[in-house]
Ligand binder design. Sequence first.
Ligand SMILES: [Cu+2]
Length: 111
Amino acid sequence: MRILTLALSLFLIPFMLFAAEQKITLKVSGNCGSCKKRIVAAAETLPSVEDAAWDKKTKVFTAEYDDTKTTPEAIKQAILKAGYDVEGVTADQEAYKKLPDCCKYKDHTHD
Ligand SMILES: [Cu+2]
């Protein structure tokens, strides 16, 4: 039984070390490469957000973050503030208006 407990705790150590590291996936509206840059930059202003990425075809945003330093809600808010809709939630309209014309994804899309 002791050996089992020892083996189990050795097995769990790596998981405990990385437990703070979380992945987030969000549906984020946008059009093009500069949208991508803005979305990624907005997310990466938050502490511990790393490897942020957004795919203009699938509109899927992904990132890694430390859940002791930031929250999924904070990431969502940062992207909304940059002018991009997140998971059906409407973006900050002032920020949206400031986007370049080609990035106004609500008015038109392009491939
Ligand atoms: Cu754009």
